[in-house]
Design a protein around this ligand. Sequence first.
Ligand code: GDP
Length: 298
Amino acid sequence: MFATLSDRLADTFKQLRGKGRLSEADIDATAREIRIALLEADVALPVVKEFVAAVKERARGAEVTGALNPAQQVVKIVNEELVTILGGETRRIRFAKNPPTVIMLAGLQGAGKTTLAAKLALWLKGQGKSPMLVAADLQRPNAVKQLQVNGERAGVTVFAPEPGNGVGDPVAVARTAIDEARRTLHDVVIVDTAGRLGVDAEMMQQAADIRDAVQPDEVLFVVDAMIGQDAVSTAQAFLDGVGFDGVVLTKLDGDARGGAALSIRSVTGRPVMFASSGEKLTDFDLFHPDRMASRILD
Ligand code: GDP
């Protein structure tokens, strides 16, 4: 991920090396190169425009100070602007004052939701929490089983509807699960909901019904970073249909160009909170905008 973007930006900065002072033409040329690099990385156009305008303005105003030469100053500005579009500070889970904290997951089928649910549960366990996973994805025949298997691997309790009860009602399952969590002193409940292959009104309604029934403290939108710009349009649809507080980017280990990671915060106004980067349950962490920016500029 980001390999092409990193290379392109490095080439751009190389051209500024050795310059004593940046002319207007240098700044324009640099801005153009950065624009191309971001567009090639599949970053959404409005985000690219805003980014380039900010870099240009700051590069123009940059004083030639003792510590940094002009090329280094541009790198510093780009770094800071990357951190900004990636969300600035790391956004952590806001735990409820009165447990359990309810975290609801929403997203398309195949986004990596079920895997993520177990990863998040394992991570929370490492933070000293006692999480419970709830199988409210009753759409996909194998989803309940998959959550149970993953939950077992993570060593966390999974609340699932009794088998053989037909399709079942995900709202009732989620509601019952929260009562059960309270009774059994689990302090975080993670509700896995059904996705579809594409954005679908019925799926949105079901997720909204679950949201209304369980009043989650955090709704996390889970999205596959590999789908690039589609991640941004899907996010917009979920924002309108269900609403969410934060984003989880999955499959960051793939060879995606990085556009989803760089666009989603600016377009939706919601922070990326977690990053999932592999099939192992431990391939998961908080999303750190500063570390991600450094990786891009490495
Ligand atoms: P769901 O339909 O949203 O519940 O998605 P799943 O959790 O079933 O994941 C779909 C596929 O993506 C599975 O084969 C997972 O093993 C895989 N997957 C999930 N997260 C990641 C990730 O971060 N990296 C990679 N490479 N694969 C992942």
